[in-house]
Design a protein around this ligand. Sequence first.
Ligand SMILES: [Zn+2]
Length: 257
Amino acid sequence: MGKKLEIIPINTGEADVKKMLDIFWSLSKETGVVTVPILTFLIKGAEVPLLVDCGWREPERAMNVMKLGPHRAKPEWDLARQLKKHGVEPEEIKYLILTHLHYEHCGKCDIFPNAKIIIQKTELQEAAAPLAPEALEVGGKALFYDRQDIARIVSDLWDRVVLIEGDEEIVSGIKCILFKNSHTPGSQAVYVDTPGGTSILLGDIARNVYLNIEKQIPPGLYYDLRSMQATLAKLQKDGKFFYPTHDYEVLHKFKGK
Ligand SMILES: [Zn+2]
């Protein structure tokens, strides 16, 4: 066994969203708005540093193009700057794993010139031609896939894109696990062998560990309910520690872990 794998959550932004996103569909009585972080995850201790997700392109696009609520960015949340604070230059990132291609997960791919970009093939196909109802008032007619991100992935970044189909080990102790038709058609979770058990980076498959994993109540956004329920059951069985993308508790709980 080599060095221990360590997961470092990094916040890159903040958005005000409906709390209902955490809880099963319209049966929720929840009407509140909650401020959530936009996390990315640096993994150290493998042969090379890896990053899981990379935040959004710019908050203005989320508000103006996607027609979503308030989004905020601060200079101190700049991803490259924070990586440097953790002793990692963007050039050193050799793998950038994208849990899915929603705008707040794949907006900064271009700042990692040496990274292979790991994406599920299904996710890219569906992101390029999303099942977006024209009349939907949010999502920019693309269901939260920013057309500019997808265009860049299939053009400028294409040489470095690695499409995978299903479950795959990326480096020793770090695996991508496909959960089809859960949060998105090709969402993947990242399983990391950490001291004490398996840590799972969830993307947005689950948003709230208590509700979605412990209580097994699906979150508000999913493609197929049966797939989502099977996904949440498997995650609960497989994982010891859970890292959703949009929960400040992750930052507090796992800081310095
Ligand atoms: Zn998402």
